[in-house]
Design a protein around this ligand. Structure first.
Ligand code: HEC
Length: 207
């Protein structure tokens, strides 16, 4: 039996069931319904209807409470999982950037523009990740100063211009150090690499 319509409006449904009930019992007995009979039926019907409606409402309220409790405990456990999940720190991102910075230099020196293009975008991605994942570090506010120099390195790579690449790489490196100074990490000094950071990668262009 459906007690609620879409708007949770009980009355129209109630009225139609009542009419149906009275008509049904009269036609079953194949007789005319007397006024007294009709009143008795209505009273009986009202009593049952109210009882069923109350039970139904109580049951659905209880169900809703159960659902809310279940959802709350799900949210609590997800929050706990999130708090305990691994998140790289600023220093780890910087170590990654340090490696890409060195590889970028050797790629450029070898005029391996495809690799240089790859490395400069790895630096860009790590900087974006820092902005997303290290918002709790106040130093991140100073990050903007690096953007123009990353752009000019990228520009030199797109132009495949070695001299422009060298100049822009030097200003990139200076900006790394400027930010370290501005954020009380001036003891982390970045230089133009003298040797490849790895021995297991070839920086020459693939023929
Ligand atoms: C927001 C300004 C900022 C910019 C721009 C920046 N750094 Fe850093 N860097 C920091 C801070 C802050 C730390 C210290 C992180 C920590 O607390 O672990 C750091 C640490 C480092 C470290 C030490 C990592 C370690 O744990 O040993 C290296 C290497 C480094 N940066 C390289 C670079 C390079 C290369 C660039 C440029 C391509 C650069 N950084 C640009 C702020 C910056």
């Amino acid at each position: 039996m459906i007690l609620f319509n879409e708007k949770c409006d009980l009355l129209p449904v109630y009225e139609s069931i009542k009419k149906f009930y009275l008509l049904g019992s009269a036609t079953e007995r194949n007789e005319l319904v007397s006024h007294a009979d009709m009143r008795r039926s209505v009273v009986r019907f009202n009593r049952y209807f109210l009882l069923i409606a109350t039970l139904y409402i109580l049951a659905s309220c209880n169900d809703q409470n159960k659902q809310v409790t279940q959802m709350q405990s799900k949210i609590d456990s997800l929050q706990k999982q999130l708090a305990e999940s691994y998140k790289p720190g600023l220093g780890e991102f910087m170590s990654g950037i340090q490696m890409h910075h060195a590889k970028l230099w050797f790629a450029g020196q070898n005029q391996n523009w495809a690799l240089a293009n790859f490395e400069v975008h790895e630096i860009q991605e790590s900087l974006d990740d820092i902005r997303n994942f290290c918002q709790d570090r106040p130093e991140v506010k100073a990050m903007g100063m690096i953007n123009p120099t990353v752009d000019s390195v990228n520009n030199a790579i797109q132009q495949k211009n070695l001299q422009l690449f060298k100049n822009s790489f030097i200003s990139l490196t200076n900006t790394c150090n400027n930010c370290h100074k501005a954020t009380d990490h001036g003891f982390n000094v970045v230089i133009i690499p003298t040797n490849s950071p790895v021995t297991n990668q070839d920086f020459k262009t693939v023929q």
